[in-house]
Write a protein that binds this ligand. Structure first.
Ligand code: GCU
Length: 689
């Protein structure tokens, strides 16, 4: 049973239908792979294992095709195999560098049919193999295939926030699978299994240490760790995933023995150049660096009176000869804002810091921008920085780990949230300038683009603590591959792959997942206000937790009203960072969408929303209804008892009952706070403490 959830969406149950099983078995009786690269080897092995588990037949893996026997051939375009090249034909133009064609070739003159998986590269072929596996897991037909796919985003990255002491910053699924006691784990089995899960959704890059690079982690770029890193790079490399490291900007001082880390200092430059060459000597496939600098007390170029472009270009110069990239995070703000100062606004910070630098970053620098201007709240607007850069590579950063969305104790399916972000129109180059098109690089024709996300896995038996949180990891990979996939498709896929194809299970589980974000929002964070959580660990209700802390992140609730005035006329002027018509929409108290009202405006509790309710009544209603809806999730789940694995069922049931109780606490704490502040009674006269 633990195994059931350990396999996650790569669960290969035997095919129940005899005819279908016989068909899969026939079509995949032999796997032919003429070339012997590491990644193609992985593709053949993965397919063989899946076929064996689903059909009971162990396919032969052969180098040469016997034309009398049906088979699957796996190959890569342009390597001299006429059959492979011929299969792709005109489709080849659509594959980019990581796409694939999955196609049935009809046998001529008595020869057997075969299925060809043709990759534009080794990685493309691997993705094609996982696609074929997925079709069989879904119990769909593998006759007459003609599928042409390529990823929309070049970089599809995962960020681990793992520390070498084995803890995970914002981790809610146990300890690190990478580290123990300030070193790497000995056994890499689980790391390999993780690579496999990620690759099956199309992930192609990973940083394996926290963006906050502490003492021991600073050493990861030194000779001390080269051997182990190269082992890790191999484990991921076999699945087409490039290894990256988060680095400490002050490394020249911390490990290099220099007096400075000034990006314009020649000794600092040659130190990084030397380090990068060393790293690439040990790990030729190394991807590059991820950098959190001048943010939340991390060192950076500001110390030396330099800016982010100076800092990023320093590292870019060192990595460029090896084809490496620098991913520079834009999560930069003043975290000690004084409540009396109403013009400083954390939401404005990333845009203010980075838009003046547009065009100054080296070609191999990519800015990594969080989806919202604050910090992965349950609801916040889309970062205006996406609309503010034209001549800079940029990728979108999402958070899969549920820091502010229930910490994997509450179910909160994030695909719908991410879809809203990706579909958001910045109007940067007129209508249709969506975040998806900016992040992919398409809108401004950039050479790099993509998505990065903070992982939600640890050493928990089901990877993610809450088994349903696996859907977020899966969904992230699928959206990074293609942001146009619908929430419904991704959800249905994940359920069928992970829990089987019982229609009732699909119905109930998709209902739970699709409602979950809205429910979580309703009993936690009204009208886009955010931050009403306990400081530090960020779990559970605490309306004034950040209101009276020096880590100033305010909502300014008092006895008259609540919300942050971010308008141009009377507020912080944040709304001016958007292009029209978004700017005017958010700036207008009348037109601002209800769900973001308190993010943009300070209003009295009696302010009437578009919904017709007052703000205070909305707070009461959503909290009472939200807690009820949370309880209903458990009831819905209970209806599928006996239809899925019992241990899986129990694990989710226990999380859902914890959620039900915790939702009541949220309801009561929030309602009593606003009742006492406002003195306005609930119109329905429900119990408020
Ligand atoms: C949040 C989070 C931190 C993290 C930071 C970041 O503030 O709470 O744990 O380090 O984001 O993204 O750098």
């Amino acid at each position: 049973s633990e195994k059931t959830s350990y396999e996650a969406w790569l669960r290969y149950e035997a095919v129940e239908n005899d005819a279908l099983r016989a068909n899969y078995r026939l079509r995949c009786s032999v796997i032919v792979s003429a070339e012997q690269t590491k990644v193609l080897g992985t593709a053949a092995k993965e397919l063989a294992e899946a076929v064996q588990a689903m059909t009971g037949h162990v396919p032969d893996i052969a180098a040469i095709r016997d034309r009398q026997i049906p088979c699957v051939i796996i190959g890569v375009l342009g390597r001299g195999d006429p059959e492979i090249d011929g299969t792709a034909g005109p489709d080849a133009d659509e594959l980019g560098s990581e796409g694939y064609v999955l196609r049935t070739l009809k046998g001529q003159q008595g020869e057997a049919d075969c299925i060809a998986i043709v990759g534009a590269s080794d990685r493309g072929a691997l993705y094609g193999a996982f696609h074929l596996i997925r079709i069989m897991q879904m119990r769909d037909s593998i006759e007459d295939l003609h599928i042409v796919e390529h990823p929309v985003n070049g970089l599809r990255m995962i960020n681990q926030w793992d520390n070498m002491d084995g803890t995970i910053e914002r981790g809610y699924a146990g300890k690190s699978i990478f580290y123990r006691n300030n070193g790497f784990v000995e056994d890499f089995t689980r790391i390999r299994d993780y690579a496999r899960l990620l690759a099956s959704t199309g992930i192609n890059a990973i940083t394996i240490n926290n963006v906050n690079v502490h003492r021991e982690e600073t050493n990861l770029i030194t000779a001390e760790y080269e051997q182990t890193l190269s082992k890790a790079a191999d484990a991921f490399g076999a699945y087409g995933i490039k290894l990256f490291l988060s680095i400490n900007f002050a490394s020249p001082i911390a490990v290099g023995g220099l007096q400075t880390a000034d990006p314009l200092d020649p000794a600092v430059r040659s130190w990084w150049t030397e380090r990068a060459s060393e790293l690439y000597r040990a790990i030729p496939e190394f991807g590059g660096f991820l950098v959190k600098a001048d943010s939340e007390f991390r060192p950076g170029p500001f110390t030396y009176g330099r800016d982010h472009a100076d800092g990023a270009n320093l590292l870019a110069e060192a990595l460029a000869p090896h084809g490496g990239v620098v991913i520079w995070r834009c999560f930069v703000y003043n975290c000690l804002q004084d409540w009396r100062d109403r013009s400083t606004d954390r939401a404005k910070a990333a845009y203010d810091h980075f838009t003046p630098l547009d065009g100054r970053f080296a070609d191999n620098v990519i800015l990594q921008i969080k989806n919202g201007p604050m910090d992965f709240q349950v609801r916040e607007p889309v970062s205006p920085l996406f609309g503010g850069l034209k001549d800079t590579n940029q990728i979108l950063e999402l958070q899969i780990t549920q820091e502010y969305t229930g910490q994997q104790k509450h179910v909160c399916y994030l695909v719908p949230l991410w879809k809203e972000v990706l579909d958001f129109d910045t109007y940067a180059a007129g209508e249709g300038s969506t975040v998806a098109r900016i992040a992919s690089g398409a809108l401004h024709n950039r050479s790099y683009g993509g998505l990065a996300a903070v992982s939600n896995i640890g050493d928990s038996a089901c990877w993610t603590g809450h088994p349903l949180s696996q859907a977020n990891l899966y969904g992230y990979g699928r959206l990074a591959w293609n942001p146009a996939l619908s929430t419904e498709q991704i959800t249905a896929e994940w359920i069928r792959l992970s829990l089987g194809s019982d229609p009732m299970v699909e119905d109930v589980v998709s209902g739970i997942l699709l409602r979950s974000w809205g429910i979580y929002e309703s009993y936690t964070s009204p009208l886009g206000v955010g931050w009403m959580v306990n400081p530090n660990h960020h779990y559970g209700p605490n309306v004034d937790g950040y209101e009276y802390s020096k880590w100033g992140t305010y909502h300014f609730a008092d006895h008259q009203g609540i919300g942050v005035d971010r308008t141009i006329g009377t507020g912080t002027g944040y709304t001016a960072q958007y292009h029209s018509p978004q700017r005017e929409l958010y700036d207008s108290l009348e037109r601002c969408p209800d769900e973001l009202l308190l993010f943009y405006h300070h209003v009295p509790y009696t302010h009437v929303l578009h919904s017709g309710k007052t703000v205070i009544q909305h707070i009461y209603d959503t909290h009472f209804e939200g807690a009820e809806a949370a309880a209903a999730l458990l009831e819905a789940w209970q209806s599928i008892r006996g239809r899925i694995d019992e241990a899986y069922f129990e694990l989710v049931a226990s999380r859902l009952s914890e959620q039900r109780e915790h939702a009541k606490e949220w309801r009561d704490v929030i309602n009593t706070y606003f009742f006492r502040k406002s003195g306005i009674a609930d119109r329905q006269d429900r119990l408020i403490y």
